[in-house]
Design a binder for this molecule. Structure first.
Ligand code: ADP
Ligand code: MG
Length: 297
C-alpha cells in the first residue's frame, strides 16, 4: 500500500533543544493517534508533515511528496492548530468562506462548502455571529471546520480537546469519529490524553522525548497484553508449576490462576499444560486491557 505519511529519520532541533530525534514511521488511511506528554514533539511532527517548518535532518513525506518543497500538497491537507488562531471580528461563515477560497475553491462553491461544514460541526444560527463571542467549545469547532472546508484527503488535529470540559470533549471526539467514519477523511489526532486516542483511533504512535516508544494498531496492542484467568476444580498447584516451567507469567488471584501477557501461542501452551496436569478445567476467560492499563507500566 502507499502511505499517506512517512517519516524517515526525521529530526528537528530548535537550537540545543531536540524536539524530534530521528524518528521513522509510516501512516496509512484511517484515524491515527499521536500520543505523548507535553514537549514530546507532537506539534513539531505535524508542522513538519505540513511543510510549515523544515527538518534538521531526515524527511517527512505527506501524500507521497515532500511538503516543504511542494506547497501544492497543502491544498489536500487540513490543519487544526493547537493554539487559538481565529479572527475575532469575523463570523464563522465569513471565515470559512475565506479559508475555502484560499484553498482554491471558487466563490459559489466556497459558500456551499462553508455552510455544509459548519452544519457538520454543529454550528447553526451562531455562524452569523462574530467568533470573538464564541465559547471555547464553539471556537474549537470552528477550528475543526476550517480544517475540513476544502475537503482534504487528510487532516491533522492538534490537541482538539484542549480546554474543553468533559461534555465538550465527548462532543469533539464524537465529531472526530464521524469525520473519519462517515466522511472517510484520514486523520492524525494528537493528544496528551490516552482516553482521547483510545476512543477514536485505530492506530497509535506514541512519542516521548522526541522518540517513538510505541507504534501499532490499538486492537493489536490490547490483544498482545491480554490477561487470562484460569479456574480448575483440582490439581491447581500442578498446573501452576507446569505453566511456570513453560515460561508463562503466572500468578494467583483468589481461586484463579492469572496469566499475564498471553499472546496467541500462549493459548496453546495453556491448553497443553492443562491436559498434562490432568486438572479439570472449570473456566478460562481472557481479559483485554485498556490502553490506559498498558501504558501505566
Ligand atoms: P508537543 O506538541 O508534544 O507538546 P512540541 O513539538 O511542541 O511538543 O515541542 C517539542 C519540544 O520542542 C519541546 O521541548 C518544546 O519546548 C520545543 N519547541 C517547540 N517549538 C519550539 C520553538 N519554536 N523554539 C524552540 N523550542 C521549541
Ligand atoms: Mg503540541
Amino acid at each position: 500500500m502507499s502511505y499517506l505519511l512517512e517519516a524517515d529519520g526525521l529530526a528537528k532541533h530548535y537550537g540545543s533543544v531536540i524536539a524530534l530525534d530521528g524518528v521513522s514511521f509510516s501512516i496509512g488511511k484511517g484515524v491515527t493517534g499521536l500520543l505523548g506528554p507535553n514537549g514530546a514533539g507532537k506539534s513539531t511532527a505535524i508542522k513538519l508533515f505540513l511543510g510549515l517548518i523544515k527538518p534538521t535532518s531526515g524527511s517527512a513525506q505527506a501524500l507521497g511528496e515532500l511538503p516543504y518543497e511542494s506547497i501544492e500538497v497543502r491544498s489536500r491537507l487540513g490543519y487544526m492548530p493547537e493554539h487559538d488562531c481565529l479572527p475575532t471580528s469575523l463570523t464563522a461563515t465569513e471565515f470559512l468562506v475565506h479559508m475555502a477560497q484560499v484553498s482554491g475553491l471558487p466563490p459559489a462553491h466556497a459558500r456551499t462548502r462553508a455552510a455544509d461544514t459548519l452544519r457538520h460541526v454543529g454550528l447553526d444560527e451562531e455562524r452569523y455571529r462574530a467568533i470573538g463571542e464564541y465559547s471555547t467549545g464553539m471556537k474549537q469547532r470552528v477550528k475543526l471546520a476550517q480544517a475540513l472546508v476544502h475537503d482534504p484527503v487528510m487532516v491533522f488535529l492538534d490537541e482538539p480537546t484542549a480546554g474543553l470540559d468533559p461534555m465538550g470533549r465527548e462532543e469533539m471526539l464524537a465529531l472526530v469519529r464521524r469525520t473519519g467514519g462517515e466522511f472517510g477523511i484520514s486523520i492524525m489526532l494528537s493528544s496528551h490524553l490516552m482516553g482521547d486516542v483510545e476512543s477514536v483511533c485505530e492506530r497509535i504512535v506514541v512519542l516521548e522525548g522526541g522518540q517513538v516508544v510505541e507504534d501499532g494498531q490499538v486492537s493489536q496492542l490490547t490483544r498482545e497484553t491480554e490477561t487470562l484467568y484460569v479456574e480448575v476444580d483440582d490439581r491447581r498447584d500442578e498446573l501452576l508449576d507446569l505453566l511456570r516451567q513453560r515460561g508463562l507469567d503466572t500468578g494467583l488471584d483468589g481461586l484463579s490462576i492469572v496469566i499475564d501477557n498471553v499472546a496467541d501461542e500462549g493459548y496453546d501452551t495453556v491448553r497443553d499444560a492443562v491436559v498434562e496436569s490432568g486438572a479439570r478445567l472449570r473456566r478460562m476467560a481472557p481479559q483485554r486491557h485498556r490502553l490506559t492499563d498498558i501504558f501505566r507500566r
